[in-house]
Design a protein around this ligand. Structure first.
Ligand SMILES: [Zn+2]
Length: 82
């Protein structure tokens, strides 16, 4: 195999793995994220911790609470803020 063939084969293998993961986790994740959203709402009631600052570089910036992992204080800037 060439390097390009190995790379393409690895990409396909990884893609199949991710697809399988999503399929088997789908039902579990539905409950998981519902419970996580409840915790994040509770955390928001007492006030999220500031946490790290993120900026996607294309018009949105936010903080991520280290307690509940929620994005908060989300701001848009530039053309997307208009
Ligand atoms: Zn929080």
């Amino acid at each position: 195999m060439t390097r390009a063939e190995i790379l393409e084969a690895r990409r396909q293998l990884t893609s199949l793995r991710l697809k399988y993961q999503k399929e088997v986790m789908q039902a579990y994740d539905k409950e998981y994220y519902a419970e996580l959203r409840k915790l994040q709402e509770e955390c928001g009631k007492i006030g999220h911790s500031k946490g790290y600052y993120y900026d996607n570089g294309i018009g949105t910036a936010w903080y991520r609470c280290p307690t509940c992992d929620a994005r908060h204080s989300i701001e848009t800037y530039g053309e997307s803020a208009a």
